[in-house]
Ligand binder design. Sequence first.
Ligand code: GAL
Length: 737
Amino acid sequence: MSKTLTGRRIVEMNDNWIFFDSDIGVKKATSAAKKAKEKITLPHTNRILPYHNFDEKEYQFVSWYVNKFKLPADVKGKKIFVEFDGIMLAAEVYLNGKLIGEHKGGFTNFRFDLTNYVKYKADNILAVKVDSRERPDIPPFGNVVDYLTFGGIYREARLIITDTTYIDDFWACGLNVLKDDRAMVVQYDIRNEGRTRDIDLTFQLVDEKGGLVTETSKNLKLKQQKNISENIVVQNIPDVKLWDIEEPNLYQTKLILKENGQVIDEVQKSFGFREAHFAKDGKFYLNGRHIKLIGLDRHQNYPYIGAAAGWRLQYRDAEILKYELGLNIVRTSHYPQSPHFLDRCDRIGLLVFEEIPGWQHIGNKKWQSVSLNELKEMIVRDRHHPSIILWGVRINESQDNHEFYIKTNALAHRLDPTRQTGGVRCFRESEFLEDVFTYNDFSGTVQEPNHIPYLITEFAGHTFPTKTIDSIEKQYHHTLLHARIQNLQLSKQNIAGAIGWCAFDYNTHIEFGSGDRICYHGICDIFRLPKFAAYFYKSQISPDKEIVLEALDYWARGDWNECPKNLTILSNCDEVEVRIGKRKIGVFKPQRDKFRNLPHPPVVVDNIRAEWGGKWEDLTLIGRIRGKKVAVRKYPADKLPVELKAWVDHNTIYADGRDITQLSFMMTDKFGNICPYATGIVTVQASGNVELIGENPFALFGGRGAIYVKAGRKKGNAKLRLQCSSGHSAEVSLKLV
Ligand code: GAL
């Protein structure tokens, strides 16, 4: 995200909002704001909901958000803008009772000029009419959609105060970054809404430590009320560190406007030197190195709070995908996602395929023009992110529409000539107007590409919905489906990679999912807690980073149809010794003959001899690498719950009244493994300056659950006490700083 140092002022506007959950109109909203006591913070969801079993109509209404603010002193003569990062689904913005502008589309940011409407010494009342109904004139709506968009001002907002000469936008891209003659093209739009001026424009490239790498200046003679949009090419860039998935080196680019040596505006954006390309040989290259893409699709919805997740939860998702699942790419299905999520992808080296909002349906010409605007807003917002390697310029799985898709491709190439386009389709005969044929292959195998370059953008999904409460048999096949498809795609040199459906379970409409408004297609549940399939991905991580040793089994004889016949282990160890009770069953190696292309194929123990009848004993797995014992896992014969385990994702959070972390809990056996059929009811009590968000009490589902902990504004310690109806209890502490 852009950040400002000097010249302009940014006043974050995430506190002190007043929320009305009905269409009270601008007059009432403006006058009620003067008295209202209860204030809400952004990001905000217009309705807190259960994590499932709710009616999606509940959040489809018009609401009003009002913020009373005084401008800082000395801003007379300046430009004053309000910027919103995301309002679902349409917004009308009023200042002091006057309509300033309307924005259609819930996934991109927008900015309105308030200058002519502000009061300098008195209170200003900013009122926003938020329409969270599924309007058929705005993507993705007009037909059925397999996801929920939720409602509200669900991302951050701010005031931006600038000189009358200001940077409207700028971005920099690298040229020939792998060669000695590397250069940068800096494109900028400067607006001059004042007098004729003599301005010095400076572009700076700064490294992570703040050291200047290169600087270029140019004099601009700005005529009165005349804007400038142009490029400069910056040459002779010294040796730089590349941005890569292993070492995501970031820089900062800055554009500074000065008049007589005084900074009048400055904008900063992060930047990475990298070359990303889907080539004619079918492979994807990052910095000249062939990388097979392995990833998952991600929806941006969260339990309880809909899409209104702030930076910490967004960061956490990117970290789960990269570090806990070992993926190298994510698709932001099916819309532009939070800037925080993308910032984190940049920072940790996770590649991104970002696409425009939509789902199978293309509306009329007006709808299409909203879509084109969303495409523009997405690219302008995000083109500086080195993690993004592909723009999705088709409505996911829509029919062909020659005229429309010629336009989306042309617009994407014009706004960003450095990136290729894709467009996700579900039928192979589709007209290929993009640079990369991006295809959802639900065949259960990996079809031969019909165009090159070719990227699989979904598989599994509705062909194999899987819950944490499903039988082990089902979870086993779900896991092996992901393993089989990734293994197959890795064997095909003419396929750039495969992105599976999907990372996390997500809320959906009545027409989809399991009836409780969840599509259980994730390899993690809606709380981001792993299913077995997550351990397949995790077990592909290099053991230098983390040792993985997991039975694809709950180790209960009667849980399988006709008893377990074999035992599958997901691991990145060289070999696994298996013991049942005191008996050593043997030492087993990964099944390389079946999964030739996986770095770490599953380990399979055939004929485990666990027939019906007889004694049932503990299972012990001992993982070894180069002959050395590196991990031991035990699964008890007696799986009775003995402990309620609880943890927060982050033990230290900010006392800013907005920060949120997740409290997760699960019932475990005596060796710490989950008891999937524990059904207790967990009640959480908090002491300290925190608020709990979510279902509390919570009825365990698959032996586990989670709620959120939101920080108050007082620093100090907080304690969370969990009591389960089974009698088990737990306690977690956290600090607010
Ligand atoms: C695809 C669609 C996704 C999701 C998935 C479920 O057709 O693109 O959004 O619905 O099916 O498998």
